[in-house]
Design a protein around this ligand. Structure first.
Ligand SMILES: Nc1ncnc2c1ncn2[C@@H]1O[C@H](COP(=O)(O)OP(=O)(O)OP(=O)(O)O)[C@@H](O)[C@H]1O
Length: 255
């Protein structure tokens, strides 16, 4: 089995004449936290969309777990083991945390899950997955609390849990710490860091302290291309990266 789970080869994405991605090569190794950073408009979200199948590439290839998935729609890639973290709006506010996770573990939309005629398939296995996820996201004691009553930080952890409930090989997190208070950041950091034992994490994150603390590999994008890639320490010290960020953001207060 290859060490690489996800590979992008010369991926381009054009919107009319504008190249949002100008030929991106990327290798994401299994069981690592791989962060994608870069200034606003660098192409991070577009790259996520191409990797997860939310959008289709203009050119190049995307390989996942040894399969060429370039032309596969997102739901097919989900079946192969890719998951994106849900948005808070995808949580059922009035349903307990446990029930939200149970719905996600069924791999179907919340609305379908509300269909009471649906047979309870694999109930035991699902309960086990839900228990595992509850523990991972540190919400066991709030399992019976409606999702709408959780703090913002807890809801963001539940979003990650919703993606985990599908037992993905790769989990894509787009700014999982956005809007979080300082108290919640450490919990999220530990959660993401810990995912590597069973998952591969691809992360877009603007908080440089977090990126530098929890990443195995950092890819820096600029103007739709990869500017630099390497270990966090090397990226922090890279002169080109500092220039791209106008010198200060990348230090994350730890220059
Ligand atoms: N649907 C679209 N049509 C035209 N241009 C687009 C479209 N989506 C993205 N772009 C452009 O592609 C470029 C890359 O956008 P993208 O959202 O991927 O950047 P980003 O690195 O995620 O930025 P941010 O950090 O601000 O989220 C930007 O210049 C953006 O305006």
């Amino acid at each position: 089995m290859s060490d690489v789970l996800i590979e992008a080869v010369g991926v381009t994405k054009h919107y009319g004449k504008f190249a949002a991605l100008g030929g991106v090569d990327l290798k994401i190794r299994r069981n690592t936290v791989h962060s994608v950073i870069g200034p606003n408009g660098a192409g991070k979200t577009t790259l996520f969309h191409m990797l997860t199948g939310t959008g289709m590439t203009t050119g190049g290839r995307i390989l996942f777990d040894g399969h060429d998935v370039t032309r596969e729609p997102d739901h097919k890639r989900v079946q192969r083991g890719m998951a994106r973290s849900f948005q808070v709006t995808a949580l059922f506010a009035s349903l307990p945390v446990r029930e939200n996770l149970r719905v996600a573990a069924q791999g179907i939309s919340p609305r379908q899950a509300m269909n009471c005629w649906r047979a309870p398939v694999g109930e035991l296995a699902r309960t086990q997955v839900v228990d595992e996820v509850l523990q991972r996201i540190g919400l066991e004691r709030l399992a019976n609390t409606p999702a709408g009553e959780l703090s913002h930080g807890q809801q963001r952890r539940l979003e990650v849990g919703m993606a985990l409930a599908a037992r993905p090989k790769a989990i894509f997190l787009d700014e999982p710490t956005s809007g979080m208070g300082i108290d919640d950041l450490d919990d999220m950091k530990q959660l993401i860091r810990g995912l590597r034992d069973a998952h591969t994490v691809v992360l877009i994150e603007h908080n440089m302290n977090i990126v530098m603390d929890i990443s195995d590999t950092v890819t820096v994008m600029q103007l739709g291309r990869v500017l630099a890639e390497g270990l966090p320490g090397d990226i922090r010290a890279d002169a080109r990266v500092r220039t791209a960020y106008l010198g200060n953001m990348i230090t994350g207060g730890k220059a």
